[in-house]
Design a protein around this ligand. Structure first.
Ligand code: ARG
Length: 581
């Protein structure tokens, strides 16, 4: 149940009657009441009427008391909305009895293709792939939980001219030796060595060129060696996913090469549709509205002057396949913002060709960079891109040390478990809690801190509630949903902090619904942080275990519901909770 939406729905007709047309009532949480509507202020100028008058007229029309809401005009023209305790208690009791915490499964399931992670064969994953993997995984989890059919696609970079030199280098090294290097995750050394030879050795360059031709021509030995490169890299990426605790598996790899057989058809069809223009020896589409700095129309190159197809043609083929064969109605691409124009142009061309049309929607979920403490792109001390595995291992090691220093009695196994959940959780949360389009600074101290908008703060709030519930004797299994002794006991609001927590708990459904549309995962993170903060305030002022019977049950219920909501919310973000920390 989405309270803000319910209140909006109730106020909207009243506003429409007063304004003579549709108005968004702009309902939000309020410091003065439970909620407030600010729309009267915005309307004042248009209607030429004082905002307080408008607010009063709206309230004369609005039907609210049947849902236990009282309203009053306040300040310059806000409408303050307050839920009766009884109504609030009933709503919270409803949540407590609902396995989905008030979040319904979608009534309109979609097939959603999520294109994410997408590292490149024989190249180290970099922090951009980390962001894509973490954001994509959270999107997959959220949409799946809401009942959509979600197809994960790992659009591996496994094709293109660099494979000529990579295969030649593999031949030089010998297969066994090369496989060894690659499976050790020493991808960058491998790639760089090939690159150096390519740049410096004319004969190697020529061999590489011939090798690309052989690869494209389907030469059997070349194909086998290429497969070897791909398989070894995939194996390595899977170990990273495992460490990162994301749900990508071997079945989700669908590399660029998978679309080869469709590329000629894409170009032919664009030609038939009259969309193709030759330019500088290449075949291009000039989608309307895209111009370069000099004002000249920008081409999307679908066939290069050497006759080969590239990245854009592959994305067009993939889009067509996702809509046509997979039946996708929503296409998500979790890729860094530097590729914004690429996707805008691919979508524009697909629309012009009629391959992408309503109700099917394509969205580029672009994201910013991870910066080092110096505010510049994160780099290793040697100035190279930071190796992802090293970053993840450092997070786990730091979190394990912190856990041990806080609790010296922890045995090694428990410390390792906490270190992993907290370290990886902290990395993911640092990423998911900021507006995805923004850059952010990787700051170990801050992201591992037990206070602030961090994963450890939320995990700790959860563990603390578990401990209260354990002491109350209500939690059976460490990981089972929390069942209270008297789930139908009445909820009491003796203190404002209890009420505030209850209102916060009711906000979960609204936030999840909003994130389903926007995929702004930081909204969910921000909500969980507000919830945990409301819980802390509650826990400070409202003794639970020492309270009298009725109050104790009521507070246990609020605490238990908070734990479940935190756990579910963190789970949607791909972050683990721990029963003890
Ligand atoms: N492999 C690409 C890279 O590392 C990302 C691919 C993103 N997905 C896509 N459909 N183009 O930049």
């Amino acid at each position: 149940m989405d309270l803000e939406k319910l209140l909006s729905d109730r106020l909207a007709p009243a506003f429409a009657a007063v304004a003579g047309g549709p108005v968004d009532p702009l309902v939000r949480r309020s410091g003065r009441a439970d909620f407030q509507s600010d729309a009267a202020l915005a309307l004042a100028r248009r209607l030429g009427r004082p905002p307080r008058d408008i607010a009063g007229a709206v309230l004369a029309h609005a039907v609210l008391d049947d849902i236990g809401v009282s309203a009053e005009v306040s300040g310059p023209g806000f409408i303050n909305l307050t839920l009766a305790d009884r109504a609030l208690a009933d709503l919270v009791a409803g949540l407590a009895g609902d396995a989905r915490l008030g979040v319904p499964s979608t009534a309109t399931p979609q097939t959603v293709v999520v294109d994410y992670s997408a590292p490149n064969v024989a190249k180290e994953m970099h922090v951009g792939h980390l962001r894509s993997t973490v954001i994509g995984d959270a999107a997959v989890r959220l949409l799946t939980w809401l009942g959509h059919r979600v197809v994960r696609v790992n659009h591996l970079g496994d094709w293109g001219t660099p494979f000529g030199m990579l295969i030649e280098h593999l031949i030089d090294l010998g297969e066994a030796e090369a496989a060894q290097h690659l499976s050790m995750g020493d991808l960058d050394t491998f790639y760089r060595a090939a690159r150096v030879k390519f740049d410096e050795d004319e004969a190697f360059r020529e061999r590489s060129r011939l090798r690309v031709v052989a690869l494209q021509g389907g030469d059997e030995r070349t194909r086998r060696l290429w497969r070897l490169l791909v398989t070894q890299s995939e194996r390595y990426f899977l170990t990273v996913y495992d460490l990162l605790d994301v749900g990508l598996s071997g079945d989700d790899f669908r590399g660029e090469s998978a679309y080869n057989h469709l590329l000629a058809g894409v170009v032919d069809d664009l030609d038939r549709l009259g969309l193709l223009r030759p330019s500088g020896g290449a075949e291009c589409v000039f989608p309307p509205g895209f111009t370069g700095r000099d004002g000249a129309p920008l081409p999307l190159i679908v066939r290069k002057s050497d006759g080969g197809y590239g990245y854009p043609a592959t994305d067009l083929a993939a889009l067509r396949q996702r809509v046509g064969e997979l039946g996708a109605t929503r296409l998500l691409y979790v890729v860094g913002l530097p590729q914004r124009q690429h996707f805008a142009m691919v979508f524009a061309v697909a629309e012009a060709a009629g391959w992408l049309r309503p109700p099917v929607r394509a969205e580029h979920l672009g994201f910013g960079s991870i910066l080092g403490a110096d505010g510049r792109m994160l780099r290793s001390r040697a100035g190279e891109s930071v190796k992802l595995v090293g970053l993840l291992e450092e997070a786990v090691a730091r979190a394990t040390d912190l856990a041990r220093s806080r609790n010296p009695d922890l045995d090694a196994e428990a410390a390792a478990e906490i270190g992993r959940a907290v370290g990886i959780g902290a990395i993911k949360y640092a990423d998911l809690s900021v507006d995805r389009t923004k850059d952010y600074v990787l700051d170990w101290e801050r992201m591992l801190a037990l206070d602030g908008n961090t994963a450890p703060y939320l995990q700790y709030a959860y563990a603390r509630i578990r401990s209260v519930l354990r002491r109350a004797g209500t939690a059976a299994q460490p990981d089972a949903p929390i069942v209270l002794a008297r789930p139908d006991a009445p909820i009491v609001f003796a203190q404002p902090a209890e009420r505030a927590l209850a209102v916060e708990l009711l906000g979960f459904a609204g936030v999840v619904g909003e994130v389903e549309r926007s995929l702004e995962l930081h909204q969910l993170a921000g909500y969980l942080h507000r919830l945990a903060t409301a819980f802390s305030a509650f826990y400070e002022r409202c003794p639970v275990l020492r309270a009298s019977d009725e109050l104790r049950e009521s507070r246990l219920l609020l605490a238990g519901l908070t734990a479940r909501t935190l756990r579910q919310g963190l789970d949607l973000l791909g972050i683990r909770t721990l029963a003890r920390m």
